[in-house]
Design a binder for this molecule. Structure first.
Ligand code: GLC
Ligand code: GLC
Length: 628
């Protein structure tokens, strides 16, 4: 019996022969990358498909496709590959700052996005996530998350050539382009989907289609309902009576990755996007990509193997490209997707949720605990820290963590949902419930940052809460991501209720069109928009100028007051101590908290000196970034 690495060597020479027969150009660079990464690809691929008689043929076809994509990679992107291979930590820099927007809502179309590049530079963006922009069904397409072709841009937004040239223009402006890699499912109009349903043998096994309810019923014993407002369970019925796996909306059909042809086909779409000039692929719905009877069909070990295999594919053909994991699950499981060989970046849903939790409770406990216990991730990886996204807020903290602080997870989630949808007396928030499930008691929350923080309600501390929330995302370590429009305090947009395509999905309340009026006010400090924008500019500028904000190293700090959050960011030029008062009362951090620290510190935000030898008063919702 050959060992795995001996097998890899044997298969590699077989693959090399096939590449030569197929006339694919393998230059020294590609050969070197195959030498470095083929073993890994082989290992992951055979782990998934080794039992199949056609495993070797499938792997060979995959490598031929990889080599073709590598050969077709444009020169400027090859140069980027080389630069990033030489500097793999490029994205850990403290000058990194992300923004996210919908192409149509924020800028009309791709040309509109291009016209906003000067504004992105004004903001200091180095990373721009354009929400799904691919061809999708007319009408409701889950905001583009139902993709009908990965190689075509939605004609209303532009075309692939425009995306290619926009990517180049963004790169020239120092901005990396991020798009979604929606690889768990396609729309029901994708060619693969149409082929599968009509019986085309090439696509027969691309999806999970069942003749009757037998297996669906068995699977549904353990799967969870993601969009119960749309359909119960994880399957929808086809007109011919059969059942197809559909985790999200009924027009989004889950791909069947037990079929290696699906992997190879998706790898082809991925490398196509890489060669258009995409820098980061947001790996959508990673938790759901592998299914197995008797499990929740989320976060299975094979899901990781699959992403690692995609990672190896990318390292060979387009190593400049990074993966960002979108796993909105238990924090233990979020962490499992993060490593240089899997996803180098990951949303930080725990920090996001706990920012809001701490603002509602005025208590730093859970957030402090999460920062001390769950913030550290492997070298060569980074969190994407955000205050809110295009999706709902789910309270994904661990019940075990909460229990240690005497908090009951179920009750606490009920409180937070009530607080943020303004069903709790005295709440400053104006959120909207999302997918309330009467059967399970589960619900999530929609709303823009400003509306959730109190600006919509006219709360006197609303603006300051928006700034405090962003201060946390900007200073804990990782790549901060702004939802564009939030930097000028955009409010909820209730117009979605009048739009039949959106009325049933409250996430549209926090996806407003470009806030032109607020944008025009952004330099006027007497407006909410200006106060937020100018305050945020101070923060992003201080972050850019402070090397301690690079990377993710974080050390705890105990302010001796449950209402005050504290943490330290160590660095070669001394430590930065961050403090934040989460309450609407003045709080005092007693001098003994600073016993091990110098007598004076400098606040990087306001540029004033602060005494640490005496008790330190903090105004309501005040935060400090103290250079020790
Ligand atoms: C992701 C997206 C969400 C979408 C879902 C299905 O979670 O963020 O907006 O509904 O995937 O694609
Ligand atoms: C994500 C999450 C789910 C979330 C949904 C869309 O994949 O896992 O909880 O609500 O997409 O919002």
């Amino acid at each position: 019996m050959l060992s795995l690495s001996q097998q890899a060597v044997a298969v590699r020479s077989h693959v090399d022969r096939r590449l030569a027969e197929a006339g694919v150009d393998v230059d020294d660079v590609l050969r070197g990358r195959l030498d470095r990464h083929f073993g890994r690809l082989f290992e992951h691929f055979t782990e998934l498909y080794g039992e199949r008689a056609d495993c070797l043929d499938q792997l060979t076809a995959l490598v031929v496709a990889i080599a073709r994509a590598a050969a077709a990679r444009p020169d400027d992107l090859r140069a980027l590959d080389a630069a990033r291979e030489a500097d793999p930590d490029w994205f850990l820099d403290n000058r990194m700052l992300g923004g996210v927007c919908y192409v149509d809502r924020y800028a009309g179309d791709l040309e509109g996005v291009r016209a906003r590049i000067p504004y992105f530079r004004e903001l200091g963006l180095t990373y721009l996530h354009l929400m799904p922009l691919f061809r999708a069904p007319e009408g409701d397409s889950d905001g583009g998350y139902a993709v009908s072709s990965y190689r075509e841009v939605d004609p209303a937004l532009g075309d692939m050539e425009q995306l290619r040239s926009l990517a180049a223009d963004l790169r020239a402006a120092g901005i990396s382009l991020v798009v979604d890699f929606i690889f768990n499912h396609t729309s029901d109009e994708h060619d693969w989907a149409v082929g599968a349903v009509s019986g085309d043998p090439a696509y027969a096994e691309f999806y999970r289609i069942y003749p009757d309810r037998t297996l669906p019923d068995l699977f549904e014993v353990t799967t969870r309902e993601v969009f119960p407002d749309d359909h119960p369970g994880s399957f929808v019925q086809l007109p011919d009576g059969r059942w197809i796996w559909s985790t999200f909306y009924h027009f989004q059909w889950d791909l069947n990755y037990e079929n290696p042809a699906v992997f190879t086909a998706m790898a082809g779409e991925m490398l196509f996007l890489a060669n258009v000039g995409v820098d980061v692929l947001r790996m959508d719905a990673v938790a759901f990509i592998w299914k197995r009877l008797g499990t929740a069909c989320e976060n299975l070990p094979q899901a990781h193997t699959l992403i690692r295999a995609f990672n190896a594919v990318c390292r060979i053909a387009a190593p400049a490209v990074l993966f960002k994991s979108e796993a909105i699950v238990h924090p233990d499981q979020v962490a499992e997707y993060i490593s240089p060989g899997e996803c180098q970046l990951s949303y930080n849903p725990l920090q996001m949720a706990l920012i809001w939790e701490s603002l509602a409770t005025r208590d730093a406990g859970l957030l402090q605990q999460a920062l001390e216990r769950r913030h550290a991730i492997p070298p060569g990886t980074a969190w994407v820290n955000y205050v809110r996204s295009h999706d709902d807020i789910g309270w994904t903290f661990a019940d075990e963590d909460a229990a240690e602080l005497g908090i009951d997870g179920f009750d606490h989630r009920r409180f937070l949902n009530a607080f943020y949808v303004n069903r709790f007396e005295g709440s400053f928030a104006r959120g909207v419930p999302f997918q309330e499930n009467a059967r399970t008691g589960d619900a999530r929350v929609s709303g823009t940052t400003a509306s959730l923080a109190g600006v919509e309600a006219g709360d006197p501390f609303g603006v300051q809460r928006v700034l405090l929330a962003h201060s946390i995302a900007l200073s804990t370590g990782g790549l901060p991501l702004l939802y564009l429009g939030d930097e000028v305090g955009q409010l909820n947009d209730y117009a979605y209720l009048a739009d039949p395509e959106h009325a049933g999905d409250s996430r549209w309340v926090h996806r407003p069109p470009y806030p032109a009026q607020r944008s025009a006010e952004r330099t006027d400090p007497d407006t909410d928009a200006g106060a937020i924008y100018l305050g945020l500019r101070r923060l992003t500028q201080a972050r850019r100028e402070t090397a301690q904000f690079a990377g993710g190293a974080l050390v705890g700090f105990h302010p001796h007051d449950p209402h005050v959050l504290g943490y330290q960011r160590p660095g070669a030029e001394g430590t930065v101590l961050v403090l934040a008062n989460l309450s609407e009362q003045e709080r005092v951090v007693p001098s003994e908290a600073f016993a091990a620290m110098p007598a004076m510190a400098h606040d990087l935000i306001t540029d004033v000196d602060v005494e640490l030898w005496a008790d330190l008063p903090l105004a309501p919702l005040q935060f400090l970034w103290l250079q020790l």
